[in-house]
Design a protein around this ligand. Structure first.
Ligand SMILES: [Fe+2]
Length: 217
């Protein structure tokens, strides 16, 4: 139950992220996974952006992160029609936003929410979540995972660093019914490692970018 995770929410403010497993009721999680698996309208996302350049939104300081002359790439799939459907928006508002508002004490102002699929070779390079869609300031980035099973070496691992100066990153397994809340005001660099050729499942995710009524700090 989300209500029982209230005590862990301090990690969101101290570490910059926190994870809740078994976020949704099993019945609803299974229904959602089934919907995503049977969806056949996926649009290719193939981004190339010069965002690592000096003064760019993804400029990094660590010698282990992309340099100014590199480019940001993201490859994956997006269910745009499903995202815009009224039944998904209703489900999202009733199930996700209600729980998120409960966790964060009613601070959600607006959201931009994507339904994503990563198949073999899909990935996202290191970035911070900046401005998205209708959200003029992304305060909370949410990643909710759906898949029957996942194995560490299938790739598709979420890696999170403490800052743009970090040497190391923390690995998060994208296991089904797990949600990750990232405090975007801390600008934590993160990426998704490429999904391996031999991965036996697709990696589905709901990625939501939330603007709050007021900044936290
Ligand atoms: Fe991100």
């Amino acid at each position: 139950m989300v209500e029982n995770k209230m005590k862990d929410i301090k990690k969101f403010y101290t570490d910059g992220f926190f994870i809740v497993d078994d976020f949704l009721e099993e019945k609803f999680y299974k229904k959602l996974l089934h919907t995503f698996k049977k969806e056949n309208n996926w649009e290719r996302v193939d981004q190339v952006r010069p965002h690592y350049q000096k003064g760019g939104p993804f400029e990094m300081e660590s010698k282990y992160f992309p340099k100014n002359d590199e480019e940001y790439y993201l490859q994956g799939w997006r269910a745009k029609v499903l995202e815009e459907s009224s039944c998904w928006r209703k489900d999202y508002a009733e199930i996700f936003l209600t729980k998120i508002n409960k966790l964060f004490q009613n601070i959600v102002k607006t959201d931009t929410t994507y339904i994503l699929k990563y198949m073999k070779n899909d990935f996202s390079r290191i970035h911070v979540d900046d401005l998205r869609g209708d959200v003029d300031r992304v305060d909370i980035s949410i990643l909710y995972y759906l898949c029957d099973e996942w194995i560490w070496d299938w790739g598709g691992i979420l890696m999170i660093a403490k800052s743009t100066k970090s040497e190391d990153m923390h690995a998060v397994m994208p296991k089904g019914n797990r949600i990750v809340f990232i405090n975007n005001q801390k600008k934590l660099p993160h990426c998704v490692t490429p999904v391996a050729e031999y991965a036996k499942e697709n990696r589905y995710a709901v990625a939501s970018f939330i603007g709050c009524k007021e900044p936290f700090k």
